[in-house]
Write a protein that binds this ligand. Structure first.
Ligand code: ADP
Ligand code: MG
Length: 316
């Protein structure tokens, strides 16, 4: 007799054995799943979306998410494997990111070293570079819950860094292995294209008007939407390095005001030992003026990103 699964029985998903729940969202549950046919040799992630709770706009958005993901092919973006639907559900079969959310890893380690932060943020940036420059797609929901990873084993540090103020709960992330990572974090995978948008179509053979005749508001729209991802990238980098976000307040009104004014600080003592170069890069990303804010190309060319080798916390 078959053992009863602890998860609901989803019509049309019989092929898959649901192994564990990886996460959830407003209308979805995401499971790690195993192919009973053996066609997929490794586990996958299945996003089960409750269609019956959604209105027609929300349903259309799921189809848009799938349409966008279908054309993406990048090592730092979760791959779409299959899509199907039943009367009540949509099933989005995705490449599994076995480590889960970067968010949990920040909570676990408190904050990341500069090397590990760079290892993570460069991969997020490579995904954005591909989306912005090659695919004409803006993600619009870059945050630690949507940044997933492949785990690697932690190699204990030979010389653990001395504890400092704010380090009370810090778990040692271990040695940084060049090209591999640290703190259990290997390859990064961006997920959740639920809010993403196409700013220009790639495989249109007919150009929509000669470039020289494109109105400034069209060009600016494209620029502004990309700059939204760059702001979020700055927020993520800030959070990785110190363990708390650049903008926070109990009151949503006060928080909104702080964001609108771009009011953030490199709070002492947490930022005292983080390089001025990292702070400079963050300041160029968290610029309230979207026309001045760093683009992905400027980000990639910043000295802190180009720096290879160790960036010890005591090197200012
Ligand atoms: P929502 O749009 O509801 O936020 P997401 O696509 O972000 O849905 O998925 C919700 C959560 O499920 C993620 O934050 C993550 O924890 C988990 N998840 C999603 N996709 C994967 C995946 N490919 N591998 C592992 N976990 C995933
Ligand atoms: Mg999400």
């Amino acid at each position: 007799r078959e053992v009863r699964s602890k998860f609901p029985r989803y019509p049309g998903l019989e092929r898959w054995e649901l192994v564990e729940k990886m996460g959830d969202g407003a209308f979805s549950n995401v499971y790690r799943a195993r192919d009973r046919t053996g066609a997929y040799t490794s586990d996958v992630a299945i996003k089960v979306v409750r269609k019956y709770e959604m209105n027609s706009t929300q349903r259309a958005n799921i189809l848009k998410e799938v349409t966008i993901m279908r054309k993406l092919d990048h090592p730092n973006i979760v791959r779409l494997l299959e899509f199907s639907e039943a009367k009540q559900y949509y099933y989005i079969v995705l490449e599994l990111a076995p480590g889960g959310e970067l968010f949990h890893q920040i909570v676990k380690l408190t904050y990341f070293s500069e090397e590990l932060s760079r290892h993570v943020i460069i991969q997020v940036a490579k995904a954005l570079e591909y989306l912005h420059e090659e695919q004409g797609v803006v993600h619009r929901d870059i945050k630690p819950e949507n940044i997933l990873f492949y785990p690697i084993p932690v190699v204990p540090s030979k010389n653990p860094k001395p504890r400092q103020a704010g380090d009370e709960d810090k778990v040692d992330e271990g040695e940084f292995i060049p090209g591999k990572g640290a703190g259990g974090i290997g390859q990064i995978k961006i997920a959740d294209f639920g809010l993403s948008k196409i700013i220009w179509e790639t495989n249109t053979t007919t150009p929509c008007g000669t470039v020289g005749y494109t109105a400034p508001e069209i060009v600016k729209d494209e620029m502004y939407s990309k700059s939204v991802d760059m702001w979020a990238l700055g927020c993520v980098l800030y959070t990785l390095l110190c363990g708390f976000p650049p903008f926070y307040d109990e009151s949503i009104e006060v928080l909104t005001e702080k964001v609108a004014k771009g009011q953030f600080t490199f709070l002492s003592p947490w930022w005292d030992d983080i390089s001025k170069s990292a702070q400079d890069l963050i300041s160029h990303l968290l610029d309230v003026n979207p026309e001045r804010r760093y683009t992905i190309t400027e980000f990639m060319n910043h000295p802190w990103i180009r720096a290879s080798g160790p960036t010890p916390r005591d090197e200012k």
